[in-house]
Design a protein. Structure first.
Length: 108
């Protein structure tokens, strides 16, 4: 969602678009989770690991149990892990991704 504006117009434009998205009432859990992960991506790109991890934590609680998530969430978490994170934050993201991937293997 925000990758295009970041490349073409910088973080300022991406931030404004993200704020517009947050003003929309999103009822479905999966888009809400993806929006939180997009927020995490934006914040870590800005260098704000604390806000980025808060957004990841928000995404993790959208469905209730950490074992439930949108279909693309493990992939999005993998992409987030490409960024430089403090060790504790990286460990938490990796742990959540592992739970989701293990769940997928058991169901598949």
């Amino acid at each position: 969602m925000w990758q295009g504006p970041v490349g073409a117009h910088g973080l300022g434009r991406a931030g404004r678009l993200l704020e517009e998205c947050h003003r929309i009432a999103i009822e479905e859990a999966e888009p809400r989770q993806h929006l939180s992960l997009t927020r995490a991506w934006f914040e870590i790109e800005r260098g704000d690991a604390v806000s980025a991890l808060a957004a990841v934590d928000s995404a993790a609680h959208v469905f209730g149990p950490h074992t439930r998530a949108g279909d693309h969430t493990p992939h999005l978490l993998g992409r987030l892990l490409r960024f430089r994170w403090p060790r504790e934050a990286r460990d938490r993201i990796e742990a959540w991704r592992r739970v989701l991937n293990d769940r997928g293997r058991r169901q598949g």
